[in-house]
Ligand binder design. Structure first.
Ligand SMILES: *Cc1c(COP(=O)(O)O)cnc(C)c1O
Length: 377
């Protein structure tokens, strides 16, 4: 059978047809425990009733209106995303667009062009976000890239020395996701943030994967006791309805005057209706405390694994990386897990990545860890 699709993704031969909670079901009726949340998107589980209701209620009213009219639902989500009410929001549809907006805001506001990012980072696939991404594999064949980007070594104290008053911004993930689940060192981030402040350099935190509760707080930057100038979110924001946002300190607002930037679909009412509920659930339930407890449980269990295949275990909250020794390719482990009805991900060179739903139950966690144990020991 031929295909009408570009082959830019390597795809599994089966199709997921339906889902509920932490489980998905394929076209042959096989059930899988999804430890990926659809790559960090469906963080509150599949078919979450509150979210489903919000979507259905909004779809009965209106789906789309352009950004030519005031939007109460955008204001609501903007306020809920605004850390300590110090930030303004720009809404878009994806992570790469949120980062694109951040880079545009920085250049427009500062009048400077130089942006520092880090090796093995991932910020997206459009030109500015792709250029910001510090991985040559993602750049190859797509040049010329944007000018003005410099890549430094993540977690390296020396890389901070590259920051000068000529730098417009420093951009980074607090846990490099695609790059292998690599958390930033607390002290390094503290120093980096201070040097940015001292030099009038804006700090952009890419929270596309770490944000919206994934690490046990709404934003990972709260774990590092910093206040970025700009942060971006997307993946988990509307639990599977496409949505992204760039949040910038209010004083940066003067750079985005009418006509400077925009998006047809950004702030779409269906997406905003769901995002508003997602943020309510994070704020008004004990889910974030549970994320911390589940995280402690998982890392404790993983530490006790008696496996010659593991070289390092890393992560934060429910963002978990198990780096495997070279002799044990992650692809094989993933297909073994798949055989046992468990979906997981790869990251970096040879790291098994788990992004379970934040709503996963204790029994489901034990099921997942049990299979992991069988495959890794
Ligand atoms: C996934 C991801 C992106 C890109 O998001 P898209 O919605 O695929 O454009 C950017 N940054 C980080 C940290 C991500 O994990």
């Amino acid at each position: 059978m031929g295909t009408y699709l570009f082959s830019n993704y390597s795809k599994k031969p089966f199709e997921i047809m339906s889902a509920k909670g932490s489980y998905v079901v394929d076209n042959l009726g096989k059930k899988y425990l999804d430890l990926t949340s659809g790559i960090g998107v469906c963080n509150l589980g599949y078919r979450n009733p509150k979210l489903e209701n919000a979507l259905i209620e909004q779809s009965d009213l209106i789906w789309h209106m352009p950004n030519l009219y005031v939007s109460g639902i955008q204001e609501e989500v903007g306020q809920k995303l605004s850390y300590k009410q110090k930030y303004l929001a720009f809404f878009c549809n994806s992570g790469t667009e949120a980062n694109e907006a951040a880079i545009k805001l920085v250049r427009k506001y500062t009048g400077k062009t130089e942006i520092i990012t880090f090796n093995n980072s991932f910020h997206g696939r459009t030109y500015a976000s792709m250029t910001a991404t510090g991985q040559s594999l993602i750049h190859d064949g797509f040049g010329p890239l944007l000018e003005g980007f410099t890549y430094m070594t993540y977690n390296d104290p020396k890389s901070i020395e590259a920051i000068t008053s000529d730098t417009a911004a420093v951009m980074l993930e607090l846990v490099q996701g695609e790059g292998g689940v690599v958390p930033a060192d607390y002290k390094w981030i503290q120093n980096l943030s201070k040097i940015c402040k001292d030099n009038g350099v804006l700090l952009i935190i890419d929270e596309v994967q770490t944000g919206i509760g994934r690490t046990g707080l709404t934003f990972a930057f709260e774990q590092y006791d910093i206040e970025p100038d700009i942060y971006t979110v997307a993946k988990g924001l509307a639990n599977g309805i496409p949505a992204g946002a760039m949040l910038g300190k209010k004083e940066l607002g003067s750079a985005f005057t009418p006509g400077t930037h925009g998006s047809t679909f950004g702030g779409n009412k269906l997406a905003m209706a769901v995002a508003s509920q997602v943020l309510d659930i994070l704020e008004n339930t004990s889910i974030l405390d549970q994320v911390k407890e589940k995280s402690n449980f998982i890392f404790e269990e993983l530490k006790n694994l008696d496996s010659a295949k593991i070289s390092q275990i890393r992560g934060l909250g429910l963002m978990i990386g198990i780096e495997l020794k070279k002799e044990f390719p992650v692809e094989k482990i993933l297909s073994d897990l798949e055989g046992k009805g468990i979906l997981a991900l790869r990251a970096g060179q040879n790291t098994l990545r788990l992004l379970p739903p934040l709503t996963i139950s204790q029994e489901e966690l034990e099921e997942g860890l049990g299979s992991l144990k069988e495959v890794l020991e």
